[in-house]
Write a protein that binds this ligand. Structure first.
Ligand code: CP
Length: 344
C-alpha cells in the first residue's frame, strides 16, 4: 500500500458511512486513508476469491440483488462475492419481473426487501434513485450504478487494479498521467474514478471526447480544486501520448438523444497501432466493460486482446475481492475473515 495521511481508529464502516449508515452510494464517502484500508481488506480476500481458501463469515446472511438495468459483471460478481463469504443471494432483474412494473415505489420496495434480506445491491436507471432506496432502510445498500450518476464499486476496483499494476512496476499513483477516452458525459464509471483519483497528489488528466460528450463541469472543478492538471482534447494523438493509464469507455447510447453522438466516430477507438505508436511499454489499458464488440465500434479494439498492457480482465477479476471487501466492511465482519480462513 502507498503512503497514507493519518490514523482513524473507528470501524471502517463508520468512517465511510453515508448519513450515519453503512451504505455505499458515492465514492465521495472515501478519503485516501479509508480507501487504502479497504484495499488492505481486498488483499486479504484474494486467496478466497481464487478459491485457494474459504471463509463462512456471512453464513446465514442473504443478499438482495435488484438490477433494473442490464448488467453482467456487476450483478454476477456482487453475487459471487457474497457467496464466497458464505452468504446466499436472492435477485430480481429488470422492471418487468419486479412489482415496480405495477407501480410500486422505491420506498415500499426497499422497506419490503429489508424484511427479507441483510443487504441490498441496486442498479437503477435514474440518478439518485439508489440513495432513495438507502433512505428507506437500515440495512446496507450498495449503489451498483444509478443512471449517469455513479458506479462506486467499479471505480474502487479500477483504482485497486491501477495500484496493483503500478506496484508490480514500482510506480505510484501520485504524479501519474491518466488519459480518459470516450463518453465522459454519461459514463458513470469515469465520474466515480476521476473523483477517487483526485484523492491522490499531482495527477495529470487528459480527457479525450467530442464536445458533446465532455466530462461534467462540476467534476472538472473538483479535480482542479484538488490541484491536478486537466487537459481536454478531441485528439487521441495528443491525449494518449505519454499516458501511464488509458481508460477507454463505451458510448452510453442508451442515455442520450441521437444528436449528441455527432462527432463521435471510430477515430476515438483505442487500437493496437495507436497504442504501439503513442503509449509506453508499461502503459495500462483499461475499460470498465462491456466494450462494444460490433463492427464500427469505437471504444477498445479487440486487436489489443493479446497485448500484455491490456488490464481489462485483471480489472474484472479484481471485482470479486473488492466487492467481498465492501460486503465485509459494510456488514462489520472484516476482522473475522483472516482468522476464519481455511484451505479450500
Ligand atoms: N462494468 C459494468 O458495470 O459492467 P456491467 O454493466 O456488465 O455490470
Amino acid at each position: 500500500a502507498q503512503a497514507t495521511t493519518g490514523a482513524d481508529d473507528r470501524p471502517l464502516a463508520q468512517r465511510i458511512a453515508a448519513e450515519g449508515r453503512p451504505h455505499l452510494l458515492s465514492v465521495a464517502q472515501f478519503d485516501r486513508d479509508s480507501l487504502e484500508a479497504l484495499f488492505q481488506v481486498a488483499d486479504v480476500m484474494q486467496p478466497i476469491a481464487r478459491r485457494q481458501k474459504v471463509t463462512r463469515v456471512l453464513e446465514g446472511a442473504v443478499l438482495g440483488s435488484l438490477f433494473f438495468e442490464a448488467s453482467t459483471r456487476t450483478r454476477v460478481s456482487f453475487g459471487a462475492a457474497f457467496c464466497r463469504l458464505g452468504g446466499t443471494v436472492c435477485d430480481t432483474t429488470g422492471f418487468t419481473f419486479s412489482s415496480m412494473a405495477k407501480g410500486e415505489s422505491i420506498y415500499d420496495t426497499s422497506r419490503v426487501m429489508s424484511g427479507y434480506v441483510d443487504a441490498l445491491v441496486v442498479r437503477h436507471p435514474e440518478q439518485g434513485s439508489v440513495a432513495e432506496f438507502a433512505r428507506a432502510t437500515n440495512i446496507p445498500v450498495i449503489n451498483a450504478g444509478d443512471g449517469p450518476g455513479e458506479h462506486p464499486s467499479q471505480a474502487i476496483l479500477d483504482l485497486y487494479t491501477i495500484q496493483r499494476e503500478f506496484s508490480r512496476m514500482g510506480k505510484l499513483v501520485d504524479g501519474t498521467h491518466v488519459a480518459m477516452v470516450g463518453d465522459l458525459k454519461y459514463g458513470r464509471t469515469v465520474h466515480s474514478l476521476i473523483r477517487l483519483l483526485s484523492l491522490y497528489r499531482g495527477l495529470k488528466f487528459t480527457l479525450i471526447a467530442p464536445p458533446s460528450l465532455e466530462m461534467p463541469a462540476y467534476l472538472l472543478d473538483l479535480v482542479a480544486r484538488n490541484g491536478h492538471v486537466i487537459e481536454q482534447t478531441q485528439s487521441l494523438e495528443e491525449g494518449l501520448r505519454g499516458a501511464d493509464v488509458v481508460y477507454a469507455t463505451r458510448i452510453q447510447k442508451e442515455r442520450f438523444a441521437g444528436e449528441e453522438i455527432e462527432g463521435y466516430t471510430p477515430e476515438f477507438q483505442i487500437r493496437k497501432a495507436l497504442v504501439d505508436t503513442l503509449c509506453k511499454p508499461d502503459t495500462i489499458l483499461m475499460h470498465p466493460l462491456p466494450r462494444d464488440g460490433r463492427p464500427g465500434a469505437n471504444d477498445l479494439s479487440i486487436d489489443l486482446n493479446h497485448d500484455p498492457r491490456l488490464a481489462i480482465f485483471r480489472q474484472t477479476d479484481n471485482g470479486i475481492p473488492v466487492r467481498m471487501a465492501l460486503f465485509a466492511v459494510l456488514m462489520g465482519v472484516e476482522h473475522q475473515v483472516a482468522r476464519s480462513m481455511r484451505d479450500a
